[in-house]
Design a protein around this ligand. Structure first.
Ligand SMILES: Cc1cc2nc3c(=O)[nH]c(=O)nc-3n(C[C@H](O)[C@H](O)[C@H](O)COP(=O)(O)OP(=O)(O)OC[C@H]3O[C@@H](n4cnc5c(N)ncnc54)[C@H](O)[C@@H]3O)c2cc1C
Length: 482
């Protein structure tokens, strides 16, 4: 049996007889089953169940049904597909783990390239590892930790693919020191939109290297990445500190950042079950098992409500996987499968507090859900060198993310949140902030041009050069063309 179909059947997505509904569109099975397979290697499926799965994503807000799902097992398979697709004008979208929020890995009536069979993790060397782009960060970390090594920046959730985060940047608690995941990529194997197989880096095809990292998948499909590695700490002491208000939280976060007190610094505004918000700083110190009970002075002079502080010692591995506990909770109460209309942005360091305060004053607990949160913390942009990542022009930015986890499965409430995202985005943009392009909200070509700013022309030139037929990543419609 086709492995796509087997996996999806195991997930309990059984097909109905005769007609399959895919988020509103009804596809006659007979038409789907007779679709033509182009002369390309790898698995090819027009199975309605497989296509229906590729018509949704983690966000569960919109649905776009592809005409087929291609599952390549080699770079040559991807190249064959893209040569055929560019000749025939078929839209193509790579799909890693499908954790996009707003259809970014979908291709209406086009081809979704499921990278799941290209997920090998190669030999771990002292400073690098070569991995296939469909591998997850969890798999990469598992392999590198066996040699006491780690990628310098890990996303909070490790169930994302290498290709999926390279397409957008990849931020984690260590980004202040090490930039984005795209800053830690040494070399990429890419198949361009017109089917060329190229290897790019800072010295080979640097224009492609710059256009692919955080370039939203518009110039090529990454098949393999060489990632930088550093020594992994053995342990992490994690601090959750609580504050009575936003001003106190931000003051201590800024101080902690300026004084480089933590190896990882994040924080969030959480819905308080008693009403209003709770303000949390989250810091982590790496150590090899010998940190003092005074925590090396990292808490000295901070103004948090110390009696509420939560301090934990974890192995580096367990700490990196800590999102899994939250995922388990959301899976057990069904909320992991609810619509997730997230908004992810960056505020300028100079006005972050006032912009965040004004937005928080208007939001309610229901706007993020009882288990949702608003990520809010300062991050230094010193180490960020990815040209297509747009993080404002200031040395400190605040990732400000509405991680909405609605308590109900109600589509109308998700629609309301998408509309609210748009209003909030415009306010943030008008205040000099930028978008992390993983957000649930429509964007026009003018919006994208504004978003990329000085990086727009190089990206456009690269798109014209490497994907002249404009077939790639239709989920990011930068040119408003269909
Ligand atoms: C629960 C959760 C936690 C998250 N935590 C973080 C976090 O801590 N930090 C952070 O930065 N982000 C985070 N994100 C956002 C996440 O990084 C992005 O949504 C990412 O794009 C998803 O990766 P994926 O493998 O699921 O990609 P997909 O959703 O499958 O694809 C995303 C985009 O990348 C393109 N793409 C995928 N593979 C390739 C490839 N091989 N070559 C070229 N383009 C490709 C797709 O075409 C699409 O446009 C989180 C998202 C979720 C749902």
């Amino acid at each position: 049996m086709n492995p796509n179909r087997r996996a999806l059947l195991c997930a309990g997505l059984g097909a109905g007889a005769g007609l399959v509904s895919t988020g509103g569109a009804v596809i006659p099975v007979a038409q789907a089953e007779t679709c033509d397979r182009p002369p390309v290697g790898g698995d090819w499926s027009c199975d309605p169940i497989v296509r229906r799965a590729a018509a949704t994503d983690f966000g569960r807000v919109i649905s776009r049904t592809p005409r087929a799902v291609h599952r390549p097992s080699s770079r040559a398979d991807v190249a064959g597909l893209l040569r055929w697709a560019s000749k025939h004008g078929a839209k193509v979208s790579a799909r890693g783990q499908g954790h996009s929020i707003y259809g970014r890995a979908m291709a209406e009536n086009g081809i979704v390239v499921d990278m799941g069979a290209m997920s090998a993790v190669g030999e771990v060397r002292p400073d690098r590892v070569v991995v296939e782009a469909g591998a997850t960060w969890a798999a990469v970390l598992e392999a590198t930790l066996k040699r006491g090594l780690t990628p310098p920046v890990l996303t909070n959730y490790l169930g994302l693919s290498i290709g999926g985060t390279i397409a957008i940047g990849g931020i984690g608690g260590a980004s202040s020191s090490h930039g984005l995941q795209t800053d830690q990529v040494l070399e990429l194997d890419v198949v361009t939109g017109d089917g060329r197989e190229l290897t790019c880096s800072a010295s080979a095809h640097p224009d492609l290297f710059d256009a692919v990292r955080a370039g939203l998948g518009k110039c090529g499909i990454v098949t393999r990445a060489t990632l930088r590695l550093v020594r992994a700490p053995a342990h992490v002491r994690r601090f959750q500190l609580f504050y009575p208000d936003l001003a106190a939280l931000v003051a201590d976060q800024r101080r902690a950042l300026d004084e480089r007190r933590f190896d990882q610094l994040q924080g969030a505004v959480l819905p308080d079950p008693a009403g209003g918000w709770r303000y949390q700083l989250e810091g982590a110190v790496f150590h090899d098992g010998t940190i003092s009970s005074g925590h090396g002075g990292v808490l000295e002079g901070l103004s948090d409500t110390r009696s509420a502080a939560v301090i934990m010692d974890l192995t580096y591995r367990d700490d990196a996987h800590s999102f899994a506990k939250f995922q388990k909770l959301l899976t057990s109460n069904g909320q992991w499968l609810h619509p997730q209309p997230w908004l992810l942005t960056f505020l300028r360091g100079s006005n972050a507090q006032s912009v965040a305060r004004a937005i928080l004053d208007e939001l309610t607990r229901a706007d993020v859900g009882p288990l949702g949160r608003i990520t809010c913390y300062p991050m230094s942009t010193m180490a960020v060198r990815t040209p297509q990542a747009r993080l404002t022009d200031e040395p400190v930015v605040f990732p400000f993310n509405l991680i909405r986890i609605p308590a109900s499965n109600d589509p109308s409430s998700a629609e309301r949140m998408v509309a609210q995202n748009r209003v909030l985005y415009e306010r943030i943009r008008d205040a000099g902030g930028t978008l992390y392009p993983v957000s649930a909200m429509p964007m026009s070509s003018d919006d994208w041009r504004h978003h990329f700013g000085s990086a727009w022309q190089p990206l456009r030139d690269a798109m014209q050069h490497y994907d002249p037929a404009n077939i790639l990543a239709p989920g990011y419609d930068l040119l408003d063309r269909t």
